[in-house]
Design a protein around this ligand. Structure first.
Ligand code: IPE
Ligand code: IPE
Ligand code: MG
Length: 249
């Protein structure tokens, strides 16, 4: 980590003219953070809130346009019922508590994921309210991947394509990458340039499978509740030292 910092703690070696346009984060390690302290796993989730909002501030500091965070996966329903219930309530409360602040900061909040299934109606209402409240904001888009699965997203797109093909609106031979991309949950969202995963796990865990095709991957041992904007800046500096080729030479 660099110790030379400029205004608002942004390191001098972070080139503000080459900030990635979209950073996606897998906020992982809450349970282990809590375990290490002899706390319940849910305490780790609660501690992740400060990490998230400090990271959002850091993203605003460097002028990031798109920040996407993995809050609950389609596989997380497999967890003990108590933890699932906690996470539903926690995310709902987090929206209630933070949405006015985010709105004041000109942040547009959106959600990607399946909006039905086991997600409580109350939570869905908060999601819709928050999206409506912040819909006109333009400084940054903060997307929560909630009840999100990369495969589920592709399945949902394929279903739509199949329906459109059946009704004659779409010719199978015309299906290309754009056809699929346009049927993802957030078709206007650019693909992530940088994926950050905390807690030392080196996997994607069904996150943004389609969209991550050419993302740079950055892994850190830091557990999510300990993550702060300085860690985001480290990731962005690391990203800026890479050479992306997109299959070219
Ligand atoms: C990430 O932390 C938060 C969610 C998946 C909701 P974990 O709960 O996965 O924490 P670990 O990986 O068990 O430490
Ligand atoms: C991915 O983390 C999902 C979220 C961070 C919301 P997990 O902790 O669920 O992933 P695995 O089980 O370690 O792959
Ligand atoms: Mg985990």
């Amino acid at each position: 980590m660099t110790d030379v910092t400029g205004v608002s703690g942004v390191p001098h070696d972070l080139d503000l003219s080459r900030v990635p346009s979209h950073v996606a984060i897998v906020m992982d390690g809450n349970g282990r953070w809590a375990n290490k302290r002899g706390l319940a796993r849910t305490e780790g989730h609660a501690a992740g809130e400060e990490a998230l909002f400090d990271t959002v501030e850091g993203a605003l500091d460097i002028g990031l346009d798109w920040l996407t965070v993995y809050a609950f996966s389609t596989e997380n329903w497999r967890r003990p019922l108590d933890e699932v219930r906690f996470l539903m309530r926690f995310n709902e409360q987090l929206l209630l508590k933070r949405r006015d602040d985010l709105d004041e900061r000109d942040v547009r909040v959106r959600f990607i994921g399946r909006r039905g299934g086991r997600v409580p109606k109350r939570v869905l209402r908060r999601i819709e309210e928050t999206e409506a409240l912040t819909a006109r904001n333009r400084r940054m888009t903060l997307t929560f991947a909630f009840n999100y699965g990369g495969r589920a997203e592709i399945v949902d797109a394929v279903r739509r394509i199949a329906e459109e093909a059946k009704s004659g609106k779409l010719k199978p031979a015309k299906v290309d990458e754009k056809t699929i991309a346009r049927r993802m949950y957030a078709p206007d969202m650019p693909d992530p340039d940088l994926l950050v995963r905390t807690s030392g796990e080196h996997r994607i865990s069904n996150y943004l499978l389609w969209e991550l095709a050419y993302a740079e991957l950055y892994f850190t041992e830091t557990l999510w509740p300990d993550f702060r904007r300085a860690d985001l800046f480290d990731a962005v500096c690391d990203f800026q030292a890479r050479r992306r080729r997109f299959g070219n030479v």
